[in-house]
Write a protein that binds this ligand. Structure first.
Ligand code: ZN
Length: 328
């Protein structure tokens, strides 16, 4: 699954390509990928202009002129491809890249196709189909609008039926369906690159918990957007072993970990994300962050500081890569 720097990279790429464009058509080839009511989708999207692209944790937020936001989660294998239909084709790929995605579009893994008024196409490809698109009003929808209310109710039923315990099970009544309430329901912690994430916050978060620090870093309700790659790298930089109890860290270590988290995420964004596994960044090229990873997926290779072989252990059900000499 892409982490914060990878999704941020897709966000910036999409912003360059589709902001200002107006949606002319939407084709849904796999309804489960976009489980809102088909009538609602057309009503909200057709003739809507893309005004901005935002991000919250690993969720892309495509803000529309209709006061609705299209939320997109790439999950394990999701990919967004923009093909600009002009004399000089100018494509872009963001998200995962699978061998089966290569070649002409649409292909059998294309789940949703957006066509803009200038003929630009946005393809949502998803091999494993865990990714999702959902529409959320940015404000409470006027419930006297019978047509929209009916669409929303249908959408909610469809959602419960199709997604079960999926992305949006909290979407139950008309009162809690705004984008804000949806994001609140996910109980996401602060963005680690925002002003809300402070040393004091990390200190208080750690003091309350006796779980391994690696596990705490992965909990999205504590800090949002960090996954295995950046957690391992931040712990290496701060010389903290992944199995250390969160509440056993000294203030000095918290300070170092805090700086390391921000540094590795900023470095990840600077290099266009990591292209381990299947992730690929914008403009169809691979991100370069993998060339700067010091422990992640370097099991058995010498530590760049002390030459001790990097070890891989399991903690909290996830793997952790670390240097047993440098990290205590
Ligand atoms: Zn070392």
């Amino acid at each position: 699954m892409p982490e914060l720097p990878e999704v941020e990279t897709v966000k910036r790429g999409l912003a360059r390509k589709i902001v200002g464009k107006t949606v002319a058509d939407v084709e849904i080839r796999h309804p489960k990928s976009f489980a809102d009511d088909a009538g609602l989708i057309r009503q909200v999207l057709i003739e809507a202009r893309v005004v901005a692209i935002a991000r919250r944790a690993k969720i892309l937020l495509i803000e529309l002129s209709t006061n609705w936001t299209l939320a997109v989660h790439l999950k394990m294998t999701g990919q967004l491809v923009v093909i600009q239909n002009s004399a000089k084709p100018d494509g872009f790929v963001g998200g995962h890249s699978e061998k089966v995605y290569e070649g002409e579009l649409p292909n059998k893994h294309t789940q949703v196709i957006f066509t803009f008024s200038d003929k630009t196409k946005l393809y949502f490809n998803d091999l494993r189909k865990f990714g999702w698109l959902r529409l959320f009003p940015r404000e409470i929808v006027d419930q006297t609008d019978q047509r929209l209310t009916r669409s929303l109710r249908t959408s909610s039923e469809v959602n419960e039926h199709l997604l079960g315990g999926g992305c949006c099970e909290t979407r139950q009544s008309l009162d809690n369906q705004t984008l804000e309430s949806f994001l609140e329901s996910l109980q996401l912690g602060p963005e680690p690159l925002s002003a809300d994430f402070t040393e004091d916050y990390l200190s208080k978060l750690s003091q309350k918990r006796s779980i391994p620090i690696k596990q705490l870093l992965l909990e999205q309700k504590g800090i949002s957007g960090i996954g295995n790659i950046y957690a391992d790298e931040a712990l290496f930089r701060s010389k903290i072993a992944p199995r250390r109890r969160a509440n056993g860290l000294k203030r000095k270590e918290i300070e170092e970990l805090y700086s390391a988290i921000r540094e590795v995420l900023e470095l990840g964004i600077k290099h266009g994300g990591t292209s381990k596994n299947t992730y690929r960044n914008v403009e169809g090229t691979k991100g370069k962050m993998q060339d700067h990873l010091k422990v992640y997926q370097r099991t058995g290779k010498p530590c760049i500081v002390c030459a001790t072989p990097i070890e891989r252990i399991k903690t909290g059900g996830r793997s952790a890569h670390f240097c047993p000499t440098c990290q205590k």
